[in-house]
Ligand binder design. Structure first.
Ligand SMILES: [Zn+2]
Length: 348
């Protein structure tokens, strides 16, 4: 963009924009890429500016998978330069924080360019007030993770719920069509993240998108599983007991092709039923499913779509684009990177 484009876009005067641009060029955050040679630009050709990708890198870490640390050094435009995985079982409690710190330090050291900040996508609730993390599976209860890592790494750190990070990643770097995005993350559990008008909606207590324990099936609803399974929450028939990866894999064991397909369709149908009121309330543009493609992409996704179509009135609630993630398991990771961009540079 030229300085004039920026002034128009931001709504500031050209003088102010020029002053800020000069500062950002001095800091090496943006660079001058020469005159605008696009056809159809009349008169004197303005100088174009762009983000200097090589100025800083972002370190992003994803703790979505049980006992596995996944991280990357990324450019400011979300391209992974260096991706690493730690397959060892992540310790619970404070030791897990130590392991996470070491992993971040390793990634920071791997970057030849100074690091702008570190983003972490974690399971559990991240309180929007004080950024403490409550993740029983990690043995973390009201853990001030952001503060601890900021102090240890001596860099800006942004910690977000993994499903929220995934939604942000889908919005910023996925194949989404609009800016009202619900992202459903299927892994060891089920989580959802919501981006409305381009911003994460964490909810006042950080619980927005926690759909795993919404009742999805009841006794006698004709489902192939018969009596609904009891959930860790003490109730039965929760969405998580149907849709999470370990439960789905276990359920499909030993079923023939037709029975497997019927099972997946039944799960997809319940998912669609849960999505319908969300679509009607928020007028979503996109619903993105991230998780094991062999389970989700096929009868399950088709049935979710059919069930959604049966339940909402398309002339009032157009059916959103419902698709598998184009960035797959990278979504929480790149989303954690976007969190750093938005905290430090105000992007997007
Ligand atoms: Zn439950």
């Amino acid at each position: 963009m030229s300085r004039a484009d920026l002034a128009r876009e931001i709504g500031l005067t050209k003088v102010t924009v020029s002053a800020v641009v000069a500062e950002l060029i001095d800091e090496g955050i943006i660079i001058d890429i020469g005159p605008d040679d696009r056809p159809g630009v009349p008169g004197k050709r303005p100088t174009l500016l762009t983000l200097c990708e090589d100025h800083r890198r972002i370190v992003a870490v994803d703790l979505t998978r049980e006992g596995r640390l996944s991280g990357a050094v990324m450019t400011l435009t979300g391209e992974s330069m260096d991706r690493r995985r730690l397959e060892t079982l992540l310790c619970l409690g404070p030791e897990g924080v130590d392991e996470l710190t070491n992993f971040c330090q390793e990634l920071i050291a791997a970057s030849a360019t100074p690091v702008l900040g570190v983003g972490v996508a974690t399971p559990g609730l991240v309180s929007p007030d004080n950024n403490t993390v409550r993740a029983p599976k990690r043995g973390w209860s009201d853990l001030p993770l952001e503060g601890i890592l900021t102090e240890r790494l001596n860099l800006p750190v942004a910690v977000g719920n993994d499903a929220n990070c995934a939604a942000l990643g889908e919005f910023a770097f996925g194949a989404t069509e609009g800016s009202y995005v619900l992202s459903i993350l299927v892994g060891d559990g089920v989580g959802a993240g919501l981006v409305v008008d381009g911003s994460i909606v964490p909810g006042p207590k950080g619980g927005a998108g926690e759909v795993a324990h919404v009742t999805a099936t009841v006794n006698g609803d004709g489902a192939p599983w018969g009596t609904p399974t009891t959930c860790v929450c003490g109730r039965s028939g929760c969405l998580g007991t149907l849709l999470s990866e370990p439960e789905l894999r276990e359920a499909l064991k030993g079923l023939d092709e037709a029975a497997s397909e019927a099972w997946l369709r039944a799960v997809g149908q319940r998912l669609g039923a849960i999505l319908a009121p969300i679509v009607a309330v928020l007028d979503l543009s996109d619903i993105v499913l991230a998780g094991p493609t062999d389970l989700l992409d096929g009868p399950l996704l088709e049935a979710a779509h059919d069930s959604l179509r049966e339940r909402v009135w398309p002339s009032m609630n157009p059916i959103p684009r419902l698709a598998m993630s184009a960035i797959e398991d990278r979504a929480p990771l790149v989303g954690a990177g976007v969190l750093v961009l938005s905290r430090t540079l105000g992007i997007p």
